[in-house]
Design a protein around this ligand. Structure first.
Ligand code: ARG
Length: 462
C-alpha cells in the first residue's frame, strides 16, 4: 500500500492508495520527460507569486535555487524517485520540500496541476516541433544533394505503376522535398496554437490572486494568453495537431520508402541502398533487404494509430480536466521519437544510396512518347481527343506487329494520319522529351535547376 501521507493530496483520505492503483495511476515513469519544462514553468510561477506579493523576495529566491538544483539533478540523471511520486509535477514539489523546507508549500499557490501540466506539455510540444523541423530539413538536404547529381538522369515516371512519361531522378527527389516542406510548414502552423499560455487558469476557473499572466507568457516565450480557463485546462488540440502532422509526415515517408523498395528490387534495379542501411537473410545468403525503408513504411501505422488514440481520448470528454487526459503523453512521445529517428534514417539512406542510371534509362520504352506524338497532331490543329485516338491506333498497330513505335515505317504513320512526317522519329529521344516539359513545375532540366536554386536558398539558412 502507498501511504496516504505520501500523496500531495492525502489530507482528506483515511486509507492509502492501493499499490496496484498507484501503478495504474502514476505517470512519472513517462512524464519525467517533462522535467525541464515543468521546472521552467515553476520558476516563472515563483516570480509571478513574488510580483503579486504572495511570497517575498527571499522566499522567491529560495524557491528558484531549489528548482535550479532539481534541474541539475535531472540533468545529471541523479534525481531519485520516491514512492508517492505520482507524476513529474508532484515529484518536483516533493523534492523541493526536501531541499528548501516548508516554503516549498507556497509554490502551488493559485496553481493547479491542470494548468501546470497543460503549460509543461505545450512547452514540450513546441520544443519537439522545432526538433522535427530540423530533421525535416536534414532529409530535404539529402534529397537536394541527390537532385543535384541527377538533373539529367532519365527514368520512367509512373502512373498506376505503369510506365507513363520520361522524367528524371532529380525531379523525383524534388517531389519529396515539396512534400516534406509542407510538413515543415504544418509544424509551424501547429506551433502557433501551442504558443498560448494556459498557466494562471487554476483548476478550471482562473485564479483570484492578481497574477500577471502577461509577464508569465513573456518569460516562458508564449505569444498569447488563453482567454477561457475552462477551455485552457481541457484543450489538447495542440497534441492532436502535432500528432496529425506526425502521421502525415509518416505517410510521406512511407510513400518514399515504397518507391525506393520497388526501385531497389531486381525487377527495377534503379537503386542500391547502402549496406549500412540494409540487412541480410538468415537463410538465403544472396539476399539484401531494404529493411530501413520497410520499417519506415511500417512505422507510419503507429503514427496514424497515435493520432486516432488522442482523438478517441478527447471525444466525449466532459469539461474540464479528466484523468483521461494523462493518456495524451505516451502517444505523443512515441510519435515524436518514432519520427525523429525515422527522418534521420531516411536522410541517411537517401544520402548514401547509389542510383543505377543505365537501368533507369533501359526502363524507358517508345510507348512513353505517345503523348509527344499526339502533341504533333495537336500543334497542327487537331483536337487532342482525336489525336489521342489516332496515336492509340498506332500503339495498337505496333503492339500487334510486335515492334516498337519507333520501328513502324512512316507509311504506317501516314496511313493513320497524313500530318505525320519523318521528323516524328526525332521525338523518340527522352532527353528532348524531358527538356520540352518546360511549364512551371515541369521536369525539364531548366525548371529543375530553378527549383534546385530555390531550395538551396531556402535550406541554406535554416
Ligand atoms: N499527471 C497528470 C496528467 O498528466 C497531471 C494532472 C493531474 N491533475 C489532476 N487534477 N489530477 O494529466
Amino acid at each position: 500500500m502507498t501511504g496516504s501521507s505520501t500523496r500531495l493530496w492525502g489530507g482528506r483520505f483515511t486509507s492509502p492508495t492501493a499499490a496496484d492503483m498507484a501503478a495504474f495511476n502514476d505517470s512519472f515513469r513517462f512524464d519525467e520527460r517533462l522535467a525541464d519544462f515543468d521546472i521552467r514553468g515553476s520558476m516563472a510561477w515563483s516570480r509571478a507569486l513574488a510580483q503579486a506579493g504572495l511570497i517575498d523576495e527571499t522566499e522567491c529566491n529560495t524557491l528558484l535555487q531549489g528548482l535550479q538544483q532539481i534541474a541539475s539533478e535531472f540533468e545529471a540523471e541523479i534525481f531519485g524517485i520516491h514512492v508517492g511520486d505520482e507524476d513529474i509535477h508532484t515529484a518536483v514539489e516533493r523534492r523541493l520540500t526536501e531541499l528548501v523546507g516548508a516554503v516549498a508549500g507556497k509554490l502551488h499557490t493559485g496553481r493547479s496541476r491542470n494548468d501546470q501540466v497543460a503549460t509543461s506539455f505545450r512547452l514540450f510540444c513546441l520544443d519537439s516541433s522545432h526538433q522535427l523541423q530540423q530533421r525535416l530539413r536534414e532529409l530535404q538536404r539529402a534529397l537536394l544533394a541527390q537532385a543535384h547529381h541527377h538533373i539529367h538522369t532519365l527514368m520512367p515516371g509512373y502512373t498506376h505503376l505503369q510506365r507513363a512519361q520520361p522524367m528524371t531522378f532529380g525531379y523525383w527527389c524534388l517531389a519529396y522535398i515539396e512534400m516534406f516542406d509542407r510538413d515543415y510548414t504544418r509544424l509551424e502552423q501547429a506551433a502557433q496554437h501551442m504558443r498560448v499560455l494556459p498557466l494562471g487558469s487554476g483548476a478550471l476557473t482562473g485564479n483570484s490572486l492578481n497574477i500577471d499572466r502577461q509577464a508569465l507568457a513573456d518569460e516562458l516565450g508564449f505569444d498569447a494568453i488563453s482567454t477561457n480557463a475552462l477551455d485552457a485546462v481541457s484543450d489538447r488540440d495542440f497534441v492532436a495537431e502535432l500528432l496529425f502532422v506526425a502521421a502525415l509526415t509518416g505517410t510521406h515517408l512511407s510513400r518514399m520508402a515504397e518507391d525506393l523498395i520497388l526501385y531497389s528490387s531486381a525487377e527495377f534495379g534503379f537503386v542500391e541502398l547502402a549496406d549500412a542501411y540494409s540487412t541480410g537473410s538468415s537463410l538465403m545468403p544472396q539476399k539484401k533487404n531494404p529493411d530501413s525503408m520497410e520499417l519506415l513504411r511500417g512505422k507510419s501505422g503507429r503514427l496514424m494509430g497515435n493520432l486516432v488514440a488522442i482523438l478517441t481520448v478527447l471525444k466525449g470528454l466532459p469539461l474540464a480536466y479528466n484523468k483521461d487526459l494523462q493518456e495524451d503523453k505516451e502517444p505523443l512521445f512515441d510519435s515524436i521519437d518514432t519520427l525523429d529517428l525515422g527522418l534521420h534514417i531516411a536522410a541517411a539512406v537517401v544520402i548514401s544510396m547509389q542510383m543505377n542510371p543505365e537501368r533507369m534509362a533501359a526502363a524507358l520504352e517508345d510507348s512513353m512518347f505517345a503523348t509527344d506524338l499526339a502533341d504533333v497532331l495537336v500543334r497542327q490543329g487537331m483536337p487532342f481527343r482525336e489525336a489521342h485516338h489516332k496515336v492509340g491506333q498506332l500503339v495498337r498497330h505496333a503492339l500487334h506487329s510486335q515492334v516498337s513505335l519507333r520501328a513502324l515505317p512512316i507509311t504506317d504513320y501516314q496511313s493513320i494520319h497524313p500530318g505525320f512526317d519523318e521528323t516524328i522519329y526525332a521525338l523518340f529521344d527522352a532527353h528532348q522529351s524531358v527538356a520540352q516539359k518546360n511549364s512551371i513545375g515541369g521536369c525539364s532540366p531548366e525548371r529543375v535547376n530553378e527549383q534546385i536554386a530555390r531550395w538551396e536558398a531556402t535550406l541554406a539558412w535554416c
